[in-house]
Design a protein around this ligand. Structure first.
Ligand code: AMP
Length: 172
């Protein structure tokens, strides 16, 4: 079944930069049965797991994270790009191939001891989710797992997360 879903993700060559093959999930999301199945399959994995809250990473992670949270009957919290969150924030800056990026979370988004499921659309190099894991842990949260709709296995992003469980529904 994930093969059908995999076929729904479209490759866009040289986006956003030359040399990058962008995994465009909008073609999967717009198909009702594929979106439904993808969320059900991911969500099923966590039905019996002790999760207090689901965290979505801007921007496509909001879609996966919010749908998962609804299925699991949990709340959803947001990690956003700088300057988007209105209340006091904690931030994490991490290195990209060229330069750096920053992500923010509300200071009261996670209570110490809360068990957090992190959700995003694509695991690539792992830099983004590494920064998010650090934020959650610094706030006293426990990362139950990082869940991705898809994973670019050849980039070995998992290597950046040696001590955190990682799951992806679809692998490229
Ligand atoms: P990374 O930090 O390299 O794991 O990149 C992860 C973030 O960038 C995710 O939020 C993805 O949405 C996005 N991303 C990175 N590479 C790709 C790609 N080839 N196709 C689609 N999204 C990507």
């Amino acid at each position: 079944m994930p093969d059908e879903l995999k076929a729904k993700i479209r490759d866009i060559q040289d986006f956003p930069k030359p040399g990058i093959a962008f995994k465009d999930i909008t073609t999967l999301l717009r198909d009702a049965s594929c979106f439904n199945r993808a969320v059900d399959l991911l969500g099923h994995r966590y039905l019996e797991k002790p999760i207090d809250v689901v965290l979505g990473i801007e921007a496509r992670g909001f879609i996966i994270g919010a749908a998962l949270a609804y299925k699991l009957n949990r709340g959803v919290i947001l990690v956003r790009k700088p300057g988007k969150l209105p209340y006091k924030t904690h931030s994490a800056t991490y290195q990209l191939e060229y330069g750096s990026d920053t992500l923010e979370i509300h200071q009261d988004a996670i209570e110490p001891g809360q068990r957090v499921l992190i959700a995003d659309d694509v695991l690539a190099t792992g830099g983004t989710v590494r920064a998010v894991v650090d934020l959650v842990q610094q706030m006293g949260g426990e990362v139950v797992e990082c869940a991705f709709l898809s994973e670019l296995s050849f980039l070995n992003g998992r290597a950046k997360l040696p001590s955190v469980p990682v799951y992806s529904l679809i692998q490229f």
